[in-house]
Design a protein around this ligand. Structure first.
Ligand code: ME8
Length: 516
């Protein structure tokens, strides 16, 4: 049986339309999921929407709609975004599903049985924007002297009867978890932040609300709904079948929760503590990616720079957007995007480099060899050298992706593409056509082999375009293991496959009117 690999994104608040930050997270998770499938894992990839909480109630009030209606409408847009961006999720979960309510209540009961939940009164600061409680010592002063959370969001003094979770009890177990599993929080900078936070001591956490009823009811406690983060985090085990320990439970513990840097504390402090309390294994790793900025600025409705990912995908193409985001941003750090940056990078690296390589090679074969795959020909030492460089480039991508160094992985791959372009310029098959057709065959054959390897390696990033290149050369095996399959070419030639005149897979992009 293939090894299971369970990857999740955060589940988004459907209180508004998806933005490019959501698209970024979904695309990154998708590239990792596709990569692990190619490596032969039994991948389970979950994404979805986080539909409860006061923030949703307030958004619905502002939109003058029932909250369930707003949630359904916006959740549909998040799902459509994933579909449009070729995000290959296995499950799109909504926290309003009955199955998720049952899982959340089961987790609650398990924590209660452990003696970790007690009823008390909550008095303190709450930020609706973050759906988070803050200690007095974490607050900062706003420009008008008002109190703000450490994230700069408004806070309200809240007094309610509430259930509490004994988070304080888990300080040492959490510190033990971080030291026994250094990959539990990544990247390193986030791990240090979290450890410092936990070392500073943990207060018990208010985990229920009575001031509204849009949430998962607390079992046996009428009038209380769960604090939205309790049920939100539970989505990850709902997706593995909790509380049943049947077939899907093999995916748990998750291999990777991919989330943004703003919600690392919820995933690396509260979540493992809830799980330990309930006697459920903790996830293997949480990775907090950086934020995507628009021309270096934070996106906000007031600045009017919130970009709909569908507009970017329409303007530049899905694969161009995916490539740009994964290549441009060093994974784990903040990154910036703009129309010019997308156009420049995609034209340089896809259209002019990989695209041009495939286009020149395949159209030359279609035109001059009637599409027939070239035979061995007159082999030279440079041919084996090129193949070696391409193998190293593809292996570089693989090692980097295993460590979630996505941008470095694409960079390693590009070195292989550049090597091919240099080779084609130096070997000049078009000149050999008249002078040395046998040598031309060897050169073209080497190029087709190299193009196939490069296309397989880059599939997780640009699945549609790389898939088309592979279709054009008739390559059907697309797993990682197939990259090194040296017999492929000969077996394939024997089928009599012919390359048809190719249509370019990576058109050159133009800056839309009014941009730049
Ligand atoms: O936080 N760049 O939902 P959300 C990159 N429901 N990523 C960004 C971003 C940006 N500019 N803005 C947001 C929530 N994100 C909770 C999660 S999980 C059990 C519950 C990321 O809709 C953000 O960091 O506010 C988070 O990982 C995801 O988008 C959803 O954010």
């Amino acid at each position: 049986m293939a090894d299971p690999f369970y990857i999740t994104t955060a589940i988004s608040y459907p209180n508004g339309r998806p933005h490019i930050g959501h698209a970024y997270e979904a695309i990154a998770a998708d590239a990792i999921a596709r990569f692990q499938r190619q490596a032969g894992c039994d991948v389970r990839f979950q994404t979805g929407t986080d539909e409860h909480g006061l923030k949703m109630v307030q958004a619905a009030r502002a939109a003058d709609k029932p909250v369930a209606e707003l949630a359904s409408e916006m959740s549909g847009l998040f799902k459509a975004m994933c579909d449009d961006l070729n995000v290959s999720y296995d499950r799109f979960i909504r926290t309003t599903e009955p199955e998720h309510h049952a899982a959340s209540q089961a987790l609650w009961r398990a924590m209660e049985e452990r003696g970790d939940l007690y009823l008390d009164r909550y008095e303190g600061w709450y930020s609706v924007r973050d759906e988070a409680f803050y200690d007095e010592k974490e607050l900062i002063e706003g420009e008008g002297g008002e109190k703000l959370s450490s994230q700069g969001t408004p806070v309200e003094w809240t007094v309610e009867e509430s259930w509490f979770f004994r988070l304080s009890k888990y300080q040492q177990p959490l510190l033990d978890l971080y030291s026994s599993n250094p990959d539990f929080v990544r990247p390193e900078s986030r791990r240090n932040e979290v450890m410092r936070f936990v070392e500073g001591g943990l207060s018990d956490l208010s985990v229920s609300r009575t001031s509204f009823d849009w949430g998962v009811p607390v079992p046996g406690s009428p009038g209380h709904v769960m604090y939205v983060w309790v049920d939100a985090l539970t989505n990850y085990i709902t997706g593995a079948g909790y509380p049943e320990q049947g077939g899907d439970w093999r995916y748990w513990p998750a291999d990777l929760h991919l989330i943004g840097k703003d919600i690392v504390r919820f995933h690396t402090v509260y979540w493992p503590a809830f799980l330990m309390s309930a006697g459920v294994p903790t996830p293997k790793s949480v990775f907090g990616h950086g934020f995507l900025l628009h021309r270096g600025e934070k996106m906000s409705k007031s600045l009017g720079n919130v970009v709909d990912p569908a507009d970017l995908a329409n303007a530049f193409g899905v694969d161009a957007l995916r490539y740009f985001l994964l290549r441009e941003v060093s994974f784990g750090q903040d990154g910036s995007y703009s129309a010019e940056a997308i156009v420049t990078r995609v034209n340089a690296e896809l259209a002019n480099s990989f695209g041009n390589l495939a286009q020149r090679t395949l159209s030359f074969i279609a035109k001059n060899l009637d599409g027939e795959l070239p035979g061995v020909g007159k082999v030279g030492p440079v041919d084996a050298l090129l193949i070696e460089e391409v193998i190293v480039a593809c292996a570089g991508l693989k090692t980097a992706f295993e460590d979630l160094l996505l941008s470095q992985g694409v960079e390693a791959w590009l070195r292989g593409v550049f090597a091919c372009n240099q080779y084609i310029d130096l070997q000049a098959p078009w000149a050999l056509r008249k002078t040395d057709p046998e040598r031309m065959h060897a050169v073209l054959r080497t190029l087709v082999r190299a193009i196939r390897m490069l296309a397989i390696a880059i599939l997780p990033v640009i699945p549609e375009a790389a898939g088309k290149v592979l279709d054009q050369i008739g390559a059907t095996e697309r797993d990682h293991a197939a990259i090194d399959d040296e017999s492929w070419y000969d077996t394939h030639t024997a089928t009599g496959f012919r390359i048809a005149p190719p249509t370019p897979v990576f058109p050159r992009l133009e800056l839309p009117a009014g941009e730049g």
